[in-house]
Design a protein around this ligand. Sequence first.
Ligand code: UD1
Ligand code: UDP
Length: 359
Amino acid sequence: MKIVTIIGARPQFIKAATISRLINGNNDINEVIVHTGQHYDSNMSDIFFKELIIPKPYYNLGIGGGSHGQQTGLMLIEIEKILFKEKPDWVLVYGDTNSTLAGALAASKIHIPVIHVEAGLRSFNMRMPEEQNRILTDHISSVLFAPTKVAVENLAKEGITSNVVNVGDVMYDAALFYGELAGKNSNALNDYGLYVGNYILTTVHRAENTDDTDRLKRIFSQLEEIARVEKVILPLHPRTKKALEGIDYDFGNSTISFINPVGYLDMVALEKNAKMIITDSGGVQKEAYFHKVPCLTLRDETEWVETVEAGCNHIIVDLSTIVKQYEKLTKQTLNFDKNLYGKGNCAQLIINYLRDNLS
Ligand code: UD1
Ligand code: UDP
């Protein structure tokens, strides 16, 4: 069986790592990896291929930056050319980025069936580009690997019931596998002068936060307030860097400790040892749960509702209350014992399904 895998953004490298590593040792499946180039800085792309031992992409389309239409359109044109040339049996896509939609759409239009990993997630906020990408992708996919029961139910409500399989979350596999490696190989705490349980790890990159100046300012003024009493370390996403530069943010006098984006092993080490995580990232919210760290999520809603229901992740709709919610959460005792996202064998279940049903 020949599969073309389309990836392009940071979280997709991490998701693909778990599956591509297994495919690599499987003679029944021939995988051709296509990197759209959506993320292109070395600390947003290359570092993951090196650290996570992902096979080097066979193609890199170099399509990064630009508007949604420009980015997705260029990807469609280039991916289609590759699909005509490679003639795969399946196209495999992950998550909800523009690379996901472009890969799925290019394949589906020329009748190559699509496999969607992380299917069925919904925020029910159609203004999010990710929500549009994931709904469209689910509706043109032939095999849908859902991470949770809720995701399966979401798909059923939209009439998608065939070839839907709840395999758990591929990022849980990554957290377990690379979590162990991070313990041995990461020096992040030393490198950044941090002590276990003595700092807050923060990430901010969602368009709804970076592209809305009021929200951006509110988030950063609240984080600065926390950073006056507690170390706040923030690996800065290029989108957020541009947005902060756009409002002349005073990096020199900020109380926040900004660092460049880090590799996954360092990120896991930073997550595991943090006192709390404050984020708007989908992946980081869950990793907080996997590593048993309390989390505040800077969004109006989340696709990962299980972490909220477990009481371990708090959604902050009113961004002027971040400090208050932070103080409240530090006083709570949380229970991370529930297995919300499968058994950590998601990648193996996916490979088994492909081998047994799609060959
Ligand atoms: C994308 C995804 C988002 C995902 C995020 C993961 C879409 C619509 N959004 O958002 O769902 O959560 O990736 O991080 O697909 N840039 C650089 N260097 C890089 C990468 C990006 O400078 O290596 C710049 C781009 O030029 C652009 C901005 O950052 O100006 C945003 O990049 P883009 O890939 O369009 O969207 P993300 O915000 O990263
Ligand atoms: N991540 C990383 N280095 C960083 C920030 C994040 O390796 O500096 C990892 C993080 O651990 C998670 C993934 O990137 O696995 C999440 O990506 P991101 O927040 O960019 O996107 P999202 O999950 O919101 O789509």
